[in-house]
Design a protein around this ligand. Sequence first.
Ligand SMILES: *Cc1c(COP(=O)(O)O)cnc(C)c1O
Length: 376
Amino acid sequence: MMKINKALKTPYYLLDEAKLIKNLEIIKTIKERSGAKVLLAQKAFSNFYFYPLMSKYLDGTTASGLYEARLGMEHFKGEVHVYAPAYKDDDFKEILNYADHIVFNSITQLNRYKDLAKANGKSIGLRINPEISTQDPEHQMYDPSSPTSRMGTRLTDFDPAIIKDISGLHFHTLCQQNADALEITLKVVEEKFGKYLHDLKWINFGGGHHLTRDDYDIDLLVKLVKHFKETYDLEVYLEPGEGVVLNAGYLVAQVLDIVKNDMHIAILDTSATCHMPDVIEMPFMPPVTGALSKSQYQYRLSGYTCLTGDNIGEYYFEKPLAIGDHIIFEDMALYTMVKNNTFNGIPLPWIYVRKTDGTDELIKSFGYLDFKNKLS
Ligand SMILES: *Cc1c(COP(=O)(O)O)cnc(C)c1O
């Protein structure tokens, strides 16, 4: 169990270097066995402190637009890929300075920018929508194959004439899934777009691969990647975000007060909506260190903003909570620091790294000006 230094000022994120290295080692094995290239999707995790370490294992980064592309170019030694649902003219011109691979969402976007991209030596691709949902229906918000999705070009909108203009195809349809969902997806991709793949240089399988989860079927993934490489003579890219930093971080908070309504409610010096917005958006309930599946001491853990629904979840503890107790939320590296905000004027948690030697290093502090400077 993670032991924390109680002298540190809460709330703070604690990134676990040893756990990150463990994940990167798993990905290294996947790369070696399959021949796939693996990129970090910065959308999930953009802590460039770790980019030098990560670039020893991964082939580069992928970006959702201009700023992530720039960050990847500036701090990560490797390829820079970018995909955006749509590009703006000004952004696109600047992206040309940073990215090697540029993926377009539609044929209109491709035609608008392809000459400029090619003149600048870029490898360009089109995102396809294979229209194969493998996710739970209640997760439509995260399902690019859902009926209302704007993500990627469907076969009906596809024009084979553009194959001569591009070097690769990209799809991204998974979210927190295993290789069985990828297998189902790839069958459909081959049925619909397979005949074009022989003329291309690469295919990108997107993100959503939970590569570092204990039950992840690495053997199946290796088989699928090899099949594409061998059948179509392609470079295969994977671009996981979550999978790279799964379980590699914590958010440490303290109990400020305990009130009672329908149950005991512990108010913490953190916030779901500010510091872990996916708890509300996804939604999900993060694991809490030491929490039990059942006991007589049940608490709703909640934030100290003025949002009534700023609740993290209901948890059971071994003994009653007390004011000042530390609460450690697990799996807090992904989609937290990249999404947090200062709603209610709530301070941003400082960021520490738990080094492999067991010491904690402060890598980022925040204060009042971080709240003030984005307003006027
Ligand atoms: C979100 C996203 C990723 C990363 O997804 P994870 O679920 O974090 O692995 C990769 N590629 C694209 C295009 C994305 O939108």
